[in-house]
Design a protein around this ligand. Structure first.
Ligand SMILES: [Zn+2]
Length: 352
């Protein structure tokens, strides 16, 4: 599963994709930028269109550039960009992967009628942009089965090689008690099976636990900006654990590492820790941010690699129970593992 690192146009550091940077992560294969930022930063938009995104970001040809359409940001904002403006940007800036210009994100608290309204609006955009490289978007809501029927019934959609899935994470992690996650997982699984012949991208994965869920569900790629958001709040990630607060930046609180966790951090093999040890992680200002962000992304990439390896070897079930110490998500992961064991896209892929 490909981990796509979400970037910010407001601060390109740490330059994890750049071989000349001390924070270079050679295993990173893809980055994502959001059209929401290009919409706000008009000069950057023009430059990216003139140069192309690869040259604009100065990423090596081996690193793929994903574009997010910014729909989450544009929810309920008055300054909506035109669909044509986005399409023009795509044509000129040439991202390697890009969704349709807009999708309408349902929330778990919406009524069925409201969720259906989101589906209809999103499917209208999927249909309008079905004749080229735009990746259609589908949301895992209570009307997922209607999405599947609508997608199958549309010739352009059916021919698409890829689909982007939104809405899974909030549905799984913030579900009201009335709708058990077993039921949600079943609908996610139906979506994965319905689009099993397509490359599946899952939008907006936060940390380790959701990365495990995405891999178990057979996603081909995920994107995450959590490595930067956490770093900005003084937080670092540890393999298999929740976030730990290592820099006191005044405003943020969190669980500090135990003695054993400090020990683990002191021998971390990521480029930031190799360079400056825990001193780098604990620093204030830009330096501390760069170290924590690099460390966090490295942990996410390592975790994805470990999950893949264990799934491939058939040792995941045994391994994850001892590896993940996050008691909140363990039952959810166990349930997912159980429910996808015999029918997932991943199993089909493994047959090759
Ligand atoms: Zn590290």
């Amino acid at each position: 599963m490909l981990v796509v690192a979400g970037l910010s146009l407001k601060n390109f550091h740490p330059r994890v994709w750049d071989p000349s940077s001390p924070f270079h992560l050679p295993q990173l294969q893809a980055v994502m930028v959001s059209y929401a930022e290009f919409h706000q930063l008009r000069r950057q938009r023009e430059r990216a269109m003139a140069l192309g995104l690869h040259a604009f970001l100065d990423v090596p040809p081996s690193v793929r550039v994903y574009l997010d359409n910014g729909s989450f940001y544009f929810l309920a904002r008055p300054d909506q960009p035109s669909l044509e403006g986005y399409a023009e940007f795509v044509l000129q800036a040439k991202p390697d992967w890009y969704p349709v210009p807009r999708d309408f994100i349902p929330s778990p608290s919406m009524s069925l009628a409201e969720q259906r309204g989101c589906l209809e609006q999103t499917m209208a955009v999927n249909a309008a942009f079905s004749a080229d490289g735009f990746v259609p978007v589908v949301h895992v809501s209570q009307v997922i089965d209607e999405y599947i029927v609508a997608a199958r019934g549309h010739v352009g959609f059916a021919a698409k090689p890829a689909v982007a899935l939104g809405g899974i994470v909030p549905n799984l992690l913030r579900t009201p008690k009335a709708r058990p996650y077993r039921e949600i997982l079943a609908s996610v699984q139906r979506a994965c099976l319905a689009f099993a012949d397509k490359e599946l991208h899952l939008f907006g994965v936060g940390g380790t636990a959701t990365l495990h869920l995405a891999a178990l569900l057979g996603m081909d790629s995920i994107d995450s900006s959590g490595w930067r958001n956490r770093a900005a709040r003084g937080l670092v990630q540890l393999p298999g654990s929740g976030d730990r607060l290592v820099a006191n930046l005044g405003r943020w609180r969190g669980r500090v590492p135990s003695e054993d966790e400090w020990q683990r951090l002191s021998v971390c093999a990521c480029p930031a820790c190799q360079r400056d040890g825990v001193t780098g992680l604990c620093a204030n200002g830009r330096a501390g941010f760069d170290h924590r962000a690099t460390h966090n992304l490295w942990v996410l990439l390592q975790e994805a690699d470990a999950v893949e390896t264990h799934l491939h070897r058939g040792t995941y079930a045994e391994w994850h129970a001892g590896h993940l110490d996050n008691s909140i998500y363990l039952p959810l992961i166990g349930e997912t593992l159980h429910s996808v064991t015999h029918s997932s896209k991943r199993d089909r892929t493994d047959e090759h």
